[in-house]
Design a protein around this ligand. Structure first.
Ligand SMILES: Nc1ncnc2c1ncn2[C@@H]1O[C@H](COP(=O)(O)OP(=O)(O)O)[C@@H](O)[C@H]1O
Ligand SMILES: [Mg+2]
Length: 375
């Protein structure tokens, strides 16, 4: 499933844009502030119903406008599919797939998966474990869409156990009611841990290869770090039972896969603490490439890679290697201030788009997208 066309109204700097993407690599070039990242985010928004940059969706509405609309035409061997996301601040978001209203894009089978690299996403390597857990769960969903249910069931059981802890503390419920929720949480928790472990098992060997390809030395590795080492639900339930007193003291469940993490290492030290920015960036890129390959190998879907401003930080060899990896399979979109930074950008199988803030000032602050036929 690839993105054939993007149609945008009032999204960030774009009053209106109609953009055709190539089947392989598309390079989006333009000066600083021209709207390259906004275009990438519009693609992500159309595929997922969420922004890759912000959780405050008000920011997405073009200054002075009210209603945003992003539509994607996706295409595979079997035909075309239309996805659309529209919203107006203060109103519920309206999403459709082939004209049918949907609650969550994640539930839509006929949609392109998107994987995005943004300079801000270094937080995934450096930031809190919760970001990495959420990411691993997205990879699980990308690999095995039906397993989203396990994570949702776990989150629900966790919420209920926490609510029960609060009631016991308030004297409104008895401690004797906890073991039933330990068992429920443990049942879904073991499933969630198994899904995460299986996903990272697929990704880890490819990560090591891609990281080496991109020139990250020192035996880079990624590993799943579960909080619990329980082998089955009974063991996890027993671990939860041992912690009743502490959980009641704190008022929340302090043990289980909602405390898991993903660790990146180089020379056996954690990149999160000891890696340079450059090393963390390469690790993130290697992770996204490895996940994409794992998903492509597991099911008939290869995520669209959206890479923002990645070239400026890489040397010539690494740029060439990355472009080679991207051109090897699937669809990708890469932004750059300088076409020269993308080796092979002028080859016939590469689509070039140039983005410019409206030079005539006819539509103030609008960005224009131009298919660069001249290059
Ligand atoms: N909601 C919005 N409405 C209009 N313009 C916006 C909005 N949000 C951001 N912008 C403008 O978008 C521009 C930045 O676009 P961006 O895609 O980040 O540029 P770049 O090409 O450097 O990646 C800035 O000029 C900013 O003012
Ligand atoms: Mg940018």
């Amino acid at each position: 499933m690839r993105i054939a066309h993007l149609s945008v109204r009032n999204f960030r700097s774009y009053a209106a844009a109609e953009v055709d993407l190539g089947p392989g690599l598309t390079v989006v070039s333009g000066r600083n502030g021209a709207g390259k990242t906004n275009l990438l985010d519009a693609l992500y928004f159309g595929c997922t119903g969420r922004s890759s940059r912000t959780t405050n969706e008000r920011e997405l509405v073009r200054f002075g406008e009210q209603v945003v609309r992003v539509a994607i035409t996706a295409e595979d061997r079997d035909g075309r599919h239309e996805l659309s996301v529209g919203f107006e601040p203060g109103q519920p978001k309206r999403m459709t797939a082939d004209g049918v209203r949907v609650e969550r894009m994640a539930d839509v089978v006929e949609r392109p998966l998107a994987s995005v690299f943004l300079p801000d996403r270094l937080e995934l390597v450096k930031g809190t474990p919760s970001l990495r857990r959420a990411h691993v769960d997205q990879v699980v969903a990308g690999l095995w869409p039906a397993r989203i249910a396990t994570r949702r069931a776990y989150a629900q059981a966790l919420g209920q156990r926490n609510a029960l802890l609060a009631r016991v503390r308030a004297g409104a419920a008895s401690v004797a009611s906890l073991p039933a929720w330990d068992a429920e949480l443990a049942r879904h928790g073991i499933g969630l841990m198994a899904d995460r472990a299986a996903a990272i098992e697929l990704v880890a060997p490819v990560f090591a290869e891609r990281a080496a390809d991109l020139g990250l030395d020192g035996d880079p590795a990624v590993a799943y770090r579960p909080r619990s080492h329980a082998a089955d639900a009974a063991e996890l339930a027993a671990e939860l039972a041992e912690r009743h007193e502490r959980d009641l003291e704190r008022g929340f469940t302090d043990h289980g896969p909602h405390r898991d993490d993903l660790v990146f290492r180089r020379e056996d030290r954690e990149l999160r603490a000891y890696g340079s920015q450059g090393q963390q960036r390469l690790a993130l890129l290697a992770l996204l490439l490895a996940e994409r390959e794992a998903i492509a190998a597991t099911r008939d879907a290869i995520p669209v890679m959206l890479l923002d401003d990645v070239m400026s930080e890489l040397d010539d060899d690494r740029r060439a290697r990355l472009v080679e990896l991207l051109r090897g399979a699937g669809q990708s979109v890469i932004t750059t201030t300088d076409l020269e930074h993308v080796p092979g950008a002028n080859d016939v199988d590469v689509t070039r788009l140039s983005v410019a803030a409206d030079p005539a000032g006819l539509a103030p602050r609008a960005s224009l997208v131009v298919v660069d036929v001249a290059a």
